[in-house]
Design a protein around this ligand. Structure first.
Ligand code: NAP
Length: 243
């Protein structure tokens, strides 16, 4: 599958995996509309403000992206976050609402708004997580949200069966981005400790998975890709080098 000349919409394009995917898509000749709240950090052909938790913002984003691109060949639902790592009896309404509104409602909303503009031979991709396949302690709202993303990708594949639109989820383990900074309220020491003594996957290595799925022959749907650091066996287990 040749990507040059295609168009793409990428959410969460201001950082980490989203930013790396925008770079790689553009390098492959794709015209990309990227959205995030920190729009000034989005290095796409069309950089647009986007808050996926807000319906009006999401509508304005999709309208402007479609207007600029003329149609959508690729949608990468990547925006997402985790907040805190605490036992569930210490969870709060605010944390649960923010995580679920971003990772679940946001993904359904952006997909629903984009779908009428996705062209035949299009491809919808989701950024999932190994947290959506197996639980680990003290991450309940995030784990629930990523299980929902995987469930939604299955449901969407059912509803699109018979149409020439592919659906792929990329489920990653530890990837060094701003993810842990966000999760721990920008506490750099706590965030760095997550990746200490192991070689985490890089955002570019995840973006390569996205591009691999996109470039399979059109009759091939790569349903799920799971990518983890060699030093990680599950969300709960890693081995770290001695300091
Ligand atoms: P990141 O560096 O923190 O990037 C997260 C992106 O999501 C940012 O561009 C952020 O942009 C955007 N975002 C967050 N809330 C948003 C909102 N309400 N509206 C629009 N955009 C929003 O983290 P990342 O690791 O690249 O995360 C990308 C995806 O990968 C997420 O879905 C995450 O769950 C998933 N993931 C990450 C890991 C990991 O270990 N890093 C592992 C598995 C899966 P603004 O803040 O500028 O809005």
């Amino acid at each position: 599958m040749e990507l040059a000349g295609k168009t793409a919409v990428v959410t969460g394009a201001s950082s980490g995996i989203g930013a790396a995917t925008v770079r790689q898509l553009r390098a492959a000749g794709v015209r990309v509309a990227g959205g995030a709240r920190r729009v000034e950090r989005v290095a796409a052909d069309v950089a647009l403000p986007l808050d996926v938790t807000d319906e009006a913002s999401s509508r304005a984003f999709v309208d402007a992206a479609v207007e600029a691109l003329g149609g959508i060949d690729i949608l990468f639902n990547n925006a997402g976050l985790a907040l805190t790592r605490v036992p569930f009896d210490e969870s709060t309404e605010e944390v649960e609402a923010t995580v679920l509104h971003t990772n679940v409602d946001g993904v359904l909303r952006i997909t629903r708004l984009c779908l009428p503009h996705v062209r035949d031979e299009g491809h919808i991709l989701f950024m999932g997580s190994i947290a959506g396949r197996q639980a680990y302690p003290h991450g309940a709202s995030y784990i629930a949200s990523k299980f929902a993303v995987r469930g939604f990708s299955y449901a969407l594949r059912e509803d699109l069966l018979g149409r020439p639109i592919r659906v792929t989820t990329v489920d990653a383990g530890l990837v060094e981005t701003e993810f842990s900074l966000v999760r721990f309220g920008w506490d750099k020491e706590k965030a760095d400790a997550v990746y200490e003594g192991l070689d985490p996957v890089t955002p570019d290595e995840v973006a390569e998975c996205v591009l691999f799925a996109l470039t399979r022959p059109l009759h091939v749907n790569l349903d799920e890709i799971v990518i983890k650091a060699l030093a990680q066996s599950s969300g709960a287990r890693v081995v770290r080098r001695e300091p």
